[in-house]
Design a protein around this ligand. Structure first.
Ligand SMILES: C[S@@+](CC[C@H](N)C(=O)[O-])C[C@H]1O[C@@H](n2cnc3c(N)ncnc32)[C@H](O)[C@@H]1O
Length: 274
């Protein structure tokens, strides 16, 4: 393996000043990057999709771990630095310039299973996350998601009922996956440092409960948490059959969404999916 120049040098040489508009906050600490790359387990010989490699800090950690990386980067200024990295790991890095929100990830990965790792741009992070977790096809082609979020968003993803962070994101992340907070990352680890703390969430798909439509579950959680301070009999009014379903599964309609377990939402969605 070739010796790689320090990331700060790569950035200086390619004039990669961080762009606010593109949500760029770079990580330079290679030990930290190696620890992030280790979260999904042994990556040797595995396919990895990385969104937003920027100058390639996490990318080089993934390549060092033996992964075959496909990276989607929107900022064309980063391409020469990534091309250099590709030369150091021949045949192991493919870079696609584009907007990850507009691309078909399964197609890009050749229809084969892949792990997703990303220090996501905060502005597109949640949109991509919800997309990866959605859809009727399960298990998905991705085998795990290891993603950097603002700490507050990470807490919402891993939250349990009766916690103020518990809501739509927690239910979507937990009803057919296991989601955990894998690592907190201090704001000072980034250049430039963002205003808030960050954390990495790790998600792995589990079996999908029988007889539940993802679309129905998504609609239900959206309605329930759209008016989270209201009783369910009020907040679920707009979802046909939902108030009756509460009674059927034995949930008091005077309760509020944040008191229902993920299992309660699954049970409700099952009645409505029939
Ligand atoms: C927070 S930076 C992280 C850079 C690098 N992975 C690191 O850890 O140092 C986010 C990166 O995502 C890129 N990006 C922003 N929006 C994107 C999008 N919609 N699709 C692909 N890449 C995007 C930015 O250009 C930037 O390089």
């Amino acid at each position: 393996m070739a010796d790689l120049p320090p990331l700060r040098e790569v950035i200086a040489r390619h004039g990669l000043s961080a762009s606010k508009a593109l949500g760029q906050n770079f990580l330079f600490d290679e030990q930290l990057l190696d620890r992030i790359a280790a979260i999904p387990g042994d990556l040797a010989g595995r396919k990895v999709l990385e969104v937003g490699p920027g100058p390639g800090g996490l990318t080089r950690a993934l390549l060092r771990a033996g992964a075959e990386v496909t990276a989607i980067e929107m900022d064309s200024r980063c391409l020469p630095a990534l091309a250099e990295l590709g030369e150091a790991f021949p045949g192991k890095l493919k870079v696609i310039q584009g907007d990850a929100l507009k691309l078909d990830h399964a197609e890009i990965m050749g229809g084969e299973p892949f792990a997703v790792l990303s220090n996501l741009p905060y502005n597109v992070g949640t949109a991509l996350f919800v997309r990866w977790l959605g859809g009727e096809n399960w298990p998905p082609l991705w085998t795990s998601l290891t993603l950097m979020f603002q700490q507050e968003v990470a807490q919402r993803i891993a939250a349990t009922p009766d916690n103020s962070a518990y809501g739509r994101l927690a239910v979507l992340a937990q009803w057919r996956s296991e989601a955990k907070m894998a690592m907190k990352v201090h704001r000072s680890a980034f250049t430039p440092p963002p205003k808030v703390m960050s954390a990495i969430v790790h998600v792995e798909p589990r079996d999908m409960p029988d007889g539940v439509s993802a679309r129905v579950l998504e609609r239900l959680t959206e309605a329930a948490f759209g008016q989270r301070r209201k009783m369910l009999r009020q907040s679920l009014k707009g979802v046909p059959g939902a108030v009756e379903a509460l009674e059927q599964v034995g949930i008091d309609p005077q309760r509020r969404a944040e008191t229902l377990s993920v299992g309660d939402f699954v049970a409700l969605a099952r009645v409505l999916s029939a």
